[in-house]
Design a protein around this ligand. Structure first.
Ligand SMILES: Cc1cc2nc3c(=O)[nH]c(=O)nc-3n(C[C@H](O)[C@H](O)[C@H](O)COP(=O)(O)OP(=O)(O)OC[C@H]3O[C@@H](n4cnc5c(N)ncnc54)[C@H](O)[C@@H]3O)c2cc1C
Length: 292
């Protein structure tokens, strides 16, 4: 199928892009990497009157890694974040999760921010934004605002960003001290959307025992959620904690749906398996980082 006819604008500045969005009204859509939007158009699942291509807007293609966290501009491609060593040092989940996003051809063009704006509950970066306690910066004609992940994700493929608005960056806070992370997913073929995926953060106290355990999953709920699993292993030694108990707790907390790809029961099983596996890995990393 071919897309329904649409008007196309490729403004050269952010202000110009917002002007076009105002002028075109509700029928306009932002186009970034096009790796989600163009297939939707081609299948006629979306038919915006106007595409506002932001690829010529300057200053949106940088990754800034500081002690506080990593700010990813709206035109940073998945591949750019995947290979950004400074970003990986500050928040290792970014590269680990991005490595699982689609195939290289899609990673070359698709953007991290576009992935978050698309709000697919099967997307890796929505889960990572939630797990790290991240936020996005939204530009509108009246100025910029910061929207935290919890207020951003409203439903599957739906965010609270409406009207003439462009997400100009996403901010992922740094990994806390004495912490480790891990990310794993199960998909039918490498690069496909995950049947189930898990990202976790384990934090240790100064004496090396487990003090905080958090997890977020993909393809499990309608919107990203963060689960506190600390109670299952609180105060246990990092190298011998009962990660199976944490996996069991996670299984009781999630409420996945079944679909063509997997039953709800199978997804729940995967949540337990992936949680146990990733937590052991993250704890080992937390031990190494604590010693460094
Ligand atoms: C075969 C295939 C497999 C894929 N597998 C995966 C996968 O495993 N995991 C995964 O996470 N993704 C996957 N994707 C999607 C891919 O990661 C996309 O790149 C991403 O979801 C959207 O980014 P984009 O820059 O291409 O956005 P676009 O397609 O350009 O836009 C997507 C949506 O976000 C909006 N948008 C984009 N940028 C902005 C912005 N700055 N401000 C406001 N709104 C904006 C658009 O209006 C549109 O509604 C896959 C895609 C394909 C085609």
């Amino acid at each position: 199928m071919k897309p329904a006819p649409f008007r196309y604008a490729d403004p050269g500045s952010l202000d110009e892009a917002l002007d076009v969005l105002v002028a075109e009204g509700a029928g306009a859509k932002v186009l970034a990497g096009g790796q989600s939007l163009i297939p939707l158009l081609s299948m006629r699942l979306a038919a915006p009157a106007t595409l506002v291509d932001i690829n010529r807007v300057p200053d949106l293609d940088t990754v800034e890694a500081t002690g506080d966290g990593v700010r990813v501009g709206a035109l940073v491609r998945h591949v750019g974040l995947l290979h950004d060593a400074a970003a990986a040092r500050v928040q290792p989940l970014l590269a680990r999760a991005t490595a699982n996003v689609a195939h290289p051809a899609i990673r070359n063009r698709g953007t991290t921010v576009g992935s978050i704006a698309h709000a697919d509950p099967s997307g890796e970066m929505t889960a990572v934004l939630a797990l790290t306690g991240g936020s996005v910066t939204v530009a509108t004609p009246s100025g910029r605002s910061t929207v935290g992940w919890r207020d951003l994700f409203v439903g599957p493929l739906e965010t609270s960003v409406h009207g003439p608005a462009i997400v100009v960056d996403a901010f992922f806070p740094a990994l806390p001290p004495r912490s480790g992370t891990a990310f794993a997913e199960i998909s039918r073929r490498k690069g496909d959307y995950a049947v189930c995926g898990a990202g976790v953060v384990v934090t240790l106290s100064e004496n090396g025992t487990v003090s905080a355990v958090r997890a977020s999953y993909l393809s499990v709920g309608l919107v990203p959620e963060v689960y506190d699993l600390t109670d299952a292993v609180n105060g246990q030694a990092a190298d011998s904690a009962d990660w199976a108990a944490a996996g069991e707790l996670a299984r009781t907390l999630v409420d996945p749906d079944g679909d063509l790809h997997a039953s709800a029961d199978y997804r729940r099983l995967l949540v337990g398996v992936l949680t146990e596996r990733t937590l052991a890995e993250a704890a080992a990393e937390a031990v190494l980082r604590s010693a460094a």
